[in-house]
Design a protein around this ligand. Structure first.
Ligand SMILES: Cc1ncc(COP(=O)(O)O)c(C=O)c1O
Length: 436
């Protein structure tokens, strides 16, 4: 691939940066994924639908910051909103003008919206929502769905990526270091399986504070009446229903998955697309549940402790407001969704013409490729994929200037052009033919 590093000194500077990344960043990465190139590239900047590494190599970005960059990298509306705010202070701790306006906009957009609390990440938001539900109901247990991911806290990392499925409602920890007591307070049901979910709720409902679900579980769509059934069951058993809309919020529709699938939870959490790439997440919903965080209750069992130095940060709030102004424009999210649906069909056709066992799951602008014959309806089905092939495909895509997470999600943005989609398809075709 083309690199703009021409002199020996420039090349050595980049190599040293790449080596320092390995040496100083634990595990040689920021989280659990590594870019599949050797040495691992160091990104120098992003522009629209592209990222450019320190060697000057440009990649069409189909990761988009793992979802936040729905407007693309450095969208001018976000840049100017944040630049303006920078001159007025980077954090206050107290309520600022933009965070009030953002709260209003979220409440207006979210079908379940009455009131909002702000945190910094999706992890924090789901963690707090679960605690609020425990305070509100006076119950301890949490029901989650196998394969569902809600961040990196201990309650989320239960049967999010289990190797062995089944034995519901037993929760299986996905990480070392999680106290055994957590597994005892989490129940797990299979997504898209009303019957098993109903059995678990009927047996344990009296002890369950909250059911938390990604309405689009990773990239798996809810089937038939599944979400409605969960809504009905949770209501009958006075369980708080939490929609994790970190991925779906302000993406599937302006009103998120609630609007898209027509089911309204008690509480929803938002992040990612909400600010177009700044650290901010929101918990929004029923006033009585969120009021458990009211500091007047501190010191009582009716209080859900809530705090955070950067909560409601004005830079992130300014970005969020600017981002929502773009996303609420007529046709923006609908256009992106339609393009995503066509893109998925184009990839499916490519798989067929290359005779590769390939499933494409997703909803509009968020999708994933699975190298398997098996249709992806449940977490269990994803275990049949050929991950080694997925890893090879991702590596070759990067080498040819298209960045994707190996065996991970693809996020589309309004910055992706028709040319970008064609480049993706041509590159994937080249790669699949070279591998088969
Ligand atoms: C559905 C869902 N919930 C929660 C999270 C956690 O968000 P964060 O990475 O901001 O902590 C993620 C992150 O990918 C997510 O996809």
């Amino acid at each position: 691939m083309h690199t703009s590093v021409e002199t020996k000194e420039e090349f050595e500077k980049v190599r040293s940066l790449e080596q320092k990344a390995q040496k100083y960043l634990a595990g040689g990465c920021l989280g659990t994924f590594r870019a599949p190139l050797d040495p691992i590239p160091v990104i120098s900047h992003g522009e629209g639908s592209r990222i450019i590494d320190a060697q000057g190599r440009s990649y069409i970005d189909f990761i988009m910051g793992s979802g936040p960059l729905i407007l693309g990298h450095s969208h001018p509306a976000l840049v100017s909103a944040v630049e303006r705010q920078l001159r007025h202070g980077t954090t206050y701790y107290w309520i600022g003008e933009h965070i009030v306006q953002l709260a209003e906009k979220i409440v207006q957009a979210a079908p379940c919206g009455e009131t909002v609390k702000f945190a910094n990440s999706g992890t924090e938001a789901t963690y707090h929502a679960l605690r609020m539900a425990r305070v509100y109901t006076g119950r301890e247990k949490i029901l989650k769905f196998e394969g569902g991911y809600h961040g990196v806290h201990d309650y989320s990392l239960m049967s999010a990526h289990p190797k062995n499925v089944g034995s519901y409602p037993e929760a299986k920890p996905d990480s070392g270091g999680i106290p055994r007591g957590i597994a005892e307070s989490v129940l797990v049901a299979p997504f898209n399986d009303t019957e098993t979910t109903a059995q678990i709720i009927q047996t344990h409902g009296h002890a369950i504070a909250a059911a938390i679900v990604e309405p689009l579980q990773r990239v798996i769509k809810p089937r038939g009446t599944f979400l409605n059934d969960v809504r009905k069951l949770t209501r009958e058993h006075n369980i708080v229903l939490i929609f994790d809309e970190i991925v779906t919020g302000f993406r599937l529709d302006y009103g998120g998955a609630q609007e898209h699938y027509g089911v309204i939870p008690d509480v929803a959490v938002y992040g990612k697309a909400l600010t177009g790439g700044f650290s901010l997440a929101a918990i929004c919903g029923n006033r009585e549940i969120l009021d458990t965080t009211n500091p007047d209750r501190i010191g009582t069992q009716d209080h859900s402790y809530f705090s955070g130095t950067l909560n409601g940060n004005p830079l992130a709030a300014a970005a969020g407001l600017a981002c929502l102004v773009e996303l609420e424009k007529e046709g923006v999210l609908k256009g992106l969704h339609d393009r995503g649906e066509r893109f998925m069909e184009e990839i499916r056709n490519l798989g067929r013409s290359c005779h590769v066992p390939l499933q494409v799951a997703g909803d509009g602008p968020v999708l994933q490729l699975f190298f398997t014959e098996k249709p992806i309806i449940n977490y269990q089905d994803t275990l049949s994929q050929d991950k080694t092939l997925g890893q090879k495909v991702a590596k070759k895509m990067w080498e040819k200037g298209v960045s994707v997470v190996p065996n991970g999600k693809i996020y589309l943005s309004i910055a992706h052009s028709e040319e970008d989609f064609q480049r993706f398809l041509e590159t994937l075709e080249d790669v699949l033919r070279s591998l088969s």
